[in-house]
Design a protein around this ligand. Structure first.
Ligand SMILES: [Cu+2]
Length: 256
């Protein structure tokens, strides 16, 4: 059922969380650098042009409102255009860079649609229901395999909700009669690091009624083989009951 080549590709994808962390770090680093330069330059000028009582008023070349400071043969204007040019380069580069990454976040990795798992998420007052491609439904806990792109089609049964998981950096509206899309992917390394199954808290991010704060769920990511075993048994209900909360696959042959 699952192509091993796709699995291989899975480890090269970038999760949304990684992308957002990179954007955050780049903006923080650049902001700190530019801020340090601007503040240092300002303080240096404050010191350099301080009033030490030596200068008479006649020598003072005050700036004139509405005029570019070109009166002194150009050096001041050069400085103005240099700082304006540098700022423009920094801002334009950041816009292009962030826009490119956000397009990736929006579209997700190109998997040729093979191996992707489509899940329908339905919010209701107060909880989450999930429907798998084989028609199996779960409440509260979404169980998915590592190294796959999980596509979520999110909707609502009653009022506006918002499906999100902070650690996965995903968040999408759940609106009655409409479907919004998002995706996520957790690598098998992450699952291994977290001791065999990775769990992520799901919360509602749209005030939807008195039970809003209790509208929680969980995403559980299992290793490929464990998930397949679990999924193969979802038709009869027994495996589903045994895995809930434990994150451990039911022993094979337990059904029948
Ligand atoms: Cu809600």
């Amino acid at each position: 059922m699952i192509d091993p080549v796709i699995l291989q590709q899975g480890s090269d994808w970038r999760a949304q969380a990684e992308v957002f962390e990179e954007i955050f770090f780049v903006f923080l680093a650049l902001g700190t650098l530019v801020g340090t330069i601007v503040v240092a330059y300002t303080l240096w000028n404050v010191y350099k042009y301080r009033d030490d009582g030596d200068r008479s008023d006649e020598e003072f070349d005050a700036p004139v409102v509405g005029e570019l400071p070109t009166g002194q043969g150009g050096p001041k204007a050069k400085k103005l255009f240099l700082s304006f040019g540098l700022s423009a380069i920094v801002v334009i580069s950041l816009v292009v860079y962030a826009y490119g990454l956000l397009l990736y976040v929006e579209q997700g990795p190109d998997t040729g649609d093979e191996g992707n798992i489509e899940i329908t998420v339905e919010g209701y007052q107060y909880g989450w229901a999930y429907e798998y491609p084989n028609g199996h439904t779960e409440r509260g806990e979404l169980i998915v395999p590592a190294d796959h792109r999980i596509n979520l089609n999110i909707t609502s049964r009653d009022v506006w909700h918002n499906f999100g998981s902070s650690r996965l950096r995903i968040k999408s509206d759940a609106i009655p009669g409409e479907y919004s899309q998002t995706w996520f992917s957790v690598s098998s390394e992450t699952v291994r690091e977290q001791g065999g199954n990775a769990t992520y808290l799901v919360q509602c991010f749209e005030l939807c009624g008195p039970g809003h704060s209790a509208m929680k769920g969980q995403i559980t990511v299992l290793p490929q083989d464990e998930w397949e075993e679990w999924y193969a048994n979802t038709g009869n209900g027994s495996a589903s009951a045994s895995i809930r909360g434990s994150g451990v696959a039911a022993p094979s042959g337990v059904s029948a």
